[in-house]
Design a protein around this ligand. Structure first.
Ligand code: DHB
Ligand code: FE
Length: 285
């Protein structure tokens, strides 16, 4: 039986990818940020999963405004790092897991979530920057990845409650897969940031840290937070945080009556480009 053993939460700031790719990690601006992921890279080596189920958002890269799926699951064998305007990042191809992805699609759609099936997709910084932060700069990523894209770019976006419930459905889907696979589920994006308009550059440390606290201790209550609260308090792009509720909703305290997860690592840092960077590693008990 497949099982989810841990969840990982991290921001995906594109400038972090550029800093890594251009060898700037030791510069004073970036050093404290990357230091926050030293533990995480070792943890990934010590706890390498068989598959990462990676919840992220596409930034009008694979999906333009011509077509906007709310939830899209990648069922391809591999995914190419996208060219977002400066050439593709020099990172490995992302290997998929079509069998498990197809099983999850089948199960989650039968649990009444309408997923879009994606057989071909280039993956942007939303997916590759979290992989770089957690795995460094390897010749190949340590395991297959199932990309799961959520629309948080163009309104209307899914509610926190729907994301949390979707996480529960993903947990059920994983449980009903026969192969003995160790799976990590990642929620990415956030934390507070606004890239546009008069409030561009907005950061809200109090909101971010309260979000991290509640994500750990009371995710069901956090799931009821309405969109407008994210936008008002965490900025227009702070809405990316609803994706973290998908990963949190798949943990065993929510689905199997287990104790609250173990907080293996928690990190918060400002600034990184225009955002606050937040990061958690939670292990199922
Ligand atoms: C920035 C952050 C994002 O999440 C993003 O998708 C693009 C840019 C930034 O901080 O610059
Ligand atoms: Fe983003």
């Amino acid at each position: 039986m497949a099982r989810i053993t841990a969840s990982v939460f991290t921001s995906h700031v594109p400038a972090i990818g550029a800093a890594l790719d251009m060898g700037k990690t030791a510069e004073p601006y970036w050093q404290p940020l990357f230091a926050g992921y030293d533990f995480s890279k070792q943890w990934m080596k010590d706890n390498t999963p068989d598959v990462i189920f990676l919840v992220f958002n596409d930034h009008a890269t694979a999906f333009s405004l011509d077509m906007i799926p709310t939830f899209a699951i990648g069922t391809a064998a591999q995914y190419t790092p996208a060219d977002e305007g400066w050439g593709p990042r020099p990172v490995p191809m992302v290997q998929g897991h079509p069998e498990l992805a197809s099983h999850i699609a089948q199960s989650v759609i039968q649990q009444d979530f309408d997923l879009t099936i994606v057989n071909k997709m280039d993956v942007d910084h939303g997916l590759t920057v979290p992989l770089s932060l957690m795995c460094g700069q390897p010749a190949a990523w340590p395991c297959p990845v199932i990309p799961f894209a959520v629309n948080v770019v163009q309104y209307p976006v899914p509610s926190g409650q729907r994301c949390f419930n979707l996480g529960k459905a993903i947990a059920q889907a994983v449980k009903s897969y026969d192969d003995d696979l160790n799976i990590h589920i990642w929620g990415t994006g956030g934390m507070s940031h606004q890239l546009q308009g008069p409030r561009a550059g907005l950061i809200n440390k109090a909101f971010d840290n309260a979000f991290l606290d509640q994500l750990i201790t009371d995710p069901a209550a956090l799931a009821t937070k309405p969109h407008i609260d994210y936008v008002r308090e965490a900025g227009s792009e702070g809405i990316e945080l609803v994706m973290w509720l998908i990963a949190r909703g798949a943990m065993s305290d929510v689905n199997a009556g287990k104790a609250a997860p173990h907080v293996a690592h928690r990190f918060y840092h400002v600034p990184a480009s225009n955002t606050a960077v937040g990061h958690l590693i939670l292990e199922n008990t």
